[in-house]
Every structure is written in structure tokens, then in C-alpha cells.
Design a protein around this ligand. Structure first.
Ligand SMILES: C[S@@+](CC[C@H](N)C(=O)[O-])C[C@H]1O[C@@H](n2cnc3c(N)ncnc32)[C@H](O)[C@@H]1O
Length: 317
């Protein structure tokens, strides 16, 4: 029997990770609306997903004013739960946006809900908030599963651990889980780098010298590698550290020295998006600054992993 087209409401949309995931998975769908407040994320979303209505600030949305949908997605803002942020959790108003998800889903009752946040939401002091989230979803009538997934286990060489929460009004068949099957990496850090990045991305020699002095790291590598400035280490596992918004930008690419000179550079926007699961030219990045693009990538969903999660969820449709 032919399956119905999924009607998606893409909340906290960013560049539209959920829409990209469905598209990449080849799942028939229609995006009935999205919710986003960041000017640049909206710009990037609209450039790539034409003619979809933005319902704006989720805290102001009246569920009755939304069109019907059967899939609600949302990577609700994670700053307050991330180990990089200040860790204020629910004390920060941004930590309470989850309640708007509940408020909307309680009325609209979509068949499926997919939420994402940083792994930190499940640990230590944030655990009670996490448990409250699961409890609230159950209270409004959902069967719930959750799992921490890492992008590097699904084909993209990025260490990106995120907690994914799936909720459905349907019965979950025994033994079924939305977690996609893990697969060994076929491509590594070096394979996702551009061949000839623009010279402007390279640090000057006095800058690499300073970086060497400050971090105590010798930029000697056998192959292009990821340098984590925060932890003062060059990754040797061929995997990219977690891509984060550029205000936390602590990531560099270290290339093989030429004539004894260090070659250290920033990652290009194109590379950022490759590490977020995009093929070249799949997403239009024109007209945005380096930091706007990197912020959206750092906040975004790994669309390769999302497409695999979407395929699993579609099994239940
Ligand atoms: C972690 S990002 C989600 C990224 C998205 N999943 C993607 O694939 O790009 C959270 C997003 O929520 C947006 N946001 C924050 N507060 C919001 C609000 N009150 N209403 C709607 N969106 C909001 C932020 O601007 C940010 O783009």
C-alpha cells in the first residue's frame, strides 16, 4: 500500500536539517512550515527551501494557527546544556523552549516527533531536565525512545555526539528502534578537505609560531589532520572534532609542512558543510559571511545521519 506523504513542521529550523534529511532519504514529504528567529539561519533556509512559511518565534506560536502536520522536528537550542555553555540549564529562558514543543504537540498531535540536543542534556545536573522531557512527551500520549548517536558511526568522520529523542503516537513494534545501523567509516578527515583552499584561510608564520608557543604543539603531521586548540592536541584518528558555532571556533586544519614551514589553516565553509553531511553544491551558501555559515553549520544537524534516521522512522509510517 502506498504510504502517505509526510507533512513536516521544521521547528528551530536552522538550515533545515530535518528537511534536508527527508530530501536526502528520498522520502515523499511536504514542509508545511518552519520556525526560526535567527536572521542568517532564515536567510540560508529560504535560499534553499523556497516558499515555506516561517512562523517565527516558537514561544509566540498559537498551535491553532498552524497548518496540520504529522511530523514535528526540533533541535531545540542547546547552549544551556552544552559543556561549552554556562551550564545554567533550565534557569536560562533558552533552556525552557522545550515546553513550547510540548504546548504545540499536545494540540497538534503529530504522529512523529524527532528532537535533538547535545549529549550534555543527558548527564549530571541536566539529567532531571532530560527526564522531565521524556516524561512530558509520555504525558501527552507518546511512546518515546532516545539514543546518543555519533556522526562518525554513520559515515561522516566527525565526532558529533548528540542525543536524539523520537516520539510517536503509534505502537512501537517489539525490537524496533529508530537508531540506524552503524557502519565503518570509508572517508576520513583528510578526504573531506578541499584540494586548493584559498590562501586567506592559512595562518601567517608568526601566527603559527605563536600558536605553537601557546599550545606547546609541534605541527608535524603525516597527513592533514584536525587540530583541537582547546585541548591542545592534533587528532590522530582521522576524525574531525565536533564542529561548533564559530564563536567557539577552536578547530584548525594542520597540513604537512612545506620547506620546514608550518601549514595551519581555518576550515573553509565548504568543508564545514561536508562534515555536516552535505555533498558539494547540494546546499547554496552564496551571500553569507564566513562566520554566518560556520555558525549555522555548528548549530546544524548532520544531514547524512538525519537521512538515515528518517528512513528508519518512515518504516513506521
Ligand atoms: C541547535 S539549532 C537547530 C539547528 C537545526 N536543527 C539545523 O539543522 O540547522 C537551534 C535553532 O533554534 C533557533 N531558535 C532559538 N530560539 C528560537 C525561538 N524562540 N523560536 C524559533 N527558533 C528559535 C536558533 O536560532 C537556532 O537556529
Amino acid at each position: 500500500m502506498a504510504k502517505n506523504k509526510l507533512k513536516l513542521f521544521d521547528a528551530f529550523a536552522g538550515y533545515g536539517g530535518a528537511s534536508w534529511g527527508l530530501k536526502k532519504a528520498g522520502i515523499p514529504h511536504e514542509v508545511v512550515g518552519y520556525s526560526e528567529i535567527d536572521k542568517f539561519a532564515i536567510g540560508l533556509y529560504e535560499l534553499n527551501h523556497k516558499g515555506i512559511k516561517n512562523f517565527g518565534d516558537i514561544t509566540k506560536i498559537k498551535p491553532e494557527n498552524l497548518p496540520d502536520f504529522d511530523f514535528f522536528t526540533g533541535g531545540f537550542p542547546c547552549q544551556t546544556f552544552s559543556s561549552i555553555g554556562h551550564g545554567k540549564g533550565e534557569l536560562d529562558p533558552r533552556g525552557t523552549l522545550f515546553y513550547d514543543i510540548i504546548r504545540i504537540c499536545e494540540v497538534k498531535k503529530p504522529k512523529f516527533i524527532l528532537l535533538e540536543n547535545v549529549k550534555g542534556l543527558t548527564t549530571n545536573s541536566h539529567r532531571p531536565t532530560f527526564e522531565k522531557i521524556i516524561k512530558e512527551l509520555k504525558r501527552i500520549g507518546y511512546n518515546v525512545q532516545w539514543k546518543i548517536l555519533n556522526s562518525k558511526d554513520y559515515g561522516i568522520p566527525q565526532n558529533r555526539e548528540r542525543v536524539w529523542i523520537f516520539a510517536t503516537t503509534k505502537e512501537i513494534p517489539l525490537g524496533w528502534h529508530f537508531e540506524p545501523k552503524k557502519e565503518p567509516l570509508k572517508k576520513f578527515f583528510k578526504d573531506l578537505l578541499e584540494e586548493n583552499p584559498d590562501k586567506s584561510y592559512y595562518l601567517k608564520q608568526y601566527q603559527t609560531k605563536r600558536l605553537r608557543e601557546v599550545t606547546g604543539v609541534d605541527f608535524k603531521v603525516k597527513e592533514p589532520s584536525c587540530f583541537d586548540r582547546y585541548n591542545k592536541q592534533i587528532r590522530k584518528d582521522g576524525i574531525c572534532m565536533t564542529i561548533s558555532p564559530s564563536y567557539h571556533n577552536i578547530m584548525r586544519v594542520v597540513e604537512i609542512k612545506t620547506n620546514g614551514h608550518d601549514k595551519v589553516r581555518k576550515m573553509t565553509p565548504k568543508e564545514h558543510y561536508r562534515f555536516m553531511g552535505f555533498e558539494d553544491d547540494e546546499i547554496d551558501l552564496n551571500g553569507f559571511s564566513y562566520s554566518q555559515l560556520c555558525n549555522c553549520a555548528g548549530n546544524g544537524w548532520d544531514v547524512n545521519l538525519v537521512s538515515k534516521i528518517m528512513k528508519k522512522i518512515y518504516e513506521l509510517n
